[in-house]
Design a protein around this ligand. Structure first.
Ligand code: ADP
Ligand code: MG
Length: 271
């Protein structure tokens, strides 16, 4: 039975890992695009001051008028902040470098950890018809990432298939526990997805083995291969699914989306 106290509305997923360069933005863009391709309505919230998700989806800096900075610090009309992208069913709230000062500006704000949660309430009330909201987090466990985790139903963790990949996960898990204690007790771990996987490389196999041994079912069965088409796509301002739909990277993100959708159907039944 579904939980009658849970508001009907989109599922909000924070894509987080405090390490930079592990595939957070790539996964946010391409999982979002793959869900959109399946006919789901998806909102991507760019919560990284680097704005890579915004750039990767072709949102020019000049067009980023209302951004996640205003979303957190001012009263904004979501109708104006949400921008369409070239991908059908996929919208975005972009970010600019302005967001880099938000962390400091928020410190004295009593509601500092709940600002994204409150800002997304309108979306949560289902006024927009989104099925999923993905939040692309910055490479840090700062107040922005905490805002994402407080607002989210679950955290999806990209893990780069390289040495030391699992290091730092305990810090991330600790933050998730703290968030559960400080306002979002139902926060789940959506799963850990291995990125930039190279099956010819023993190290990738070893990292996968370690991750599966330590984290069990939390690790997605789908792994994302290292694929040059994935890294080229952002400079053409599109997801790899559109840039090269037949590439290994596009296929992997489609498979990840299917696994994600299946897991969510199961979670709904269990809830
Ligand atoms: P993060 O958001 O965690 O900092 P990114 O998603 O920006 O990480 O990825 C870091 C770099 O790795 C980018 O240059 C990106 O294009 C590249 N990259 C990510 N995933 C893949 C992949 N599967 N294959 C090849 N390159 C990738
Ligand atoms: Mg990023």
């Amino acid at each position: 039975m579904s939980d009658p106290t849970r508001p009907i509305g989109p599922k909000i997923v924070a894509v987080a890992n405090q390490k930079g360069g592990v595939g957070k933005t790539t996964t946010s863009i391409n999982l979002a695009a793959a869900l959109a391709e399946q006919g789901r309505k998806v909102l991507l919230v760019d919560l990284d001051p680097q704005g890579n998700a915004s750039t990767g989806l072709g949102i020019e800096v000049d067009d980023r008028i209302l951004t996640t900075y205003e979303l957190l610090l001012e009263d904004v009309d979501l109708n104006e902040a949400i921008l369409p992208t070239a991908v059908e069913n996929l919208s975005i709230i972009p970010a600019t470098v302005d967001l880099s000062s938000a962390d400091l500006e928020l410190i004295s704000n009593e509601k500092r950890s709940f600002l994204l949660h409150d800002a997304l309430r309108q979306v949560q009330m289902d006024a927009f018809g989104f099925d999923y909201v993905l939040v692309d987090c910055p490479p840090s466990l700062n107040l922005l990432t905490v805002n994402a985790m407080i607002a989210a139903h679950s955290v999806l963790v990209p893990l780069q298939s390289e040495f030391f990949a699992l290091e730092g996960l305990s810090q991330l898990m600790l933050t998730i526990r703290e968030v559960r204690q400080s306002g979002n007790k139902d926060l789940r771990i959506e799963g850990v997805v291995l990125t930039m996987y190279d099956q010819r490389n023993n190290l990738s196999l070893q990292v996968e083995q370690d991750a599966r041994d330590n984290l069990g079912d939390l690790v997605f069965k789908t792994v994302i291969p290292r694929n040059v088409r994935v890294s080229e796509a952002p400079s053409f301002a599109m997801p790899v699914l559109n840039y090269d739909p037949a590439s290994r990277g596009a296929k992997a993100y489609r498979e990840l989306a299917m696994e994600f959708i299946r897991n969510n159907a199961r979670q709904k039944v269990e809830a």
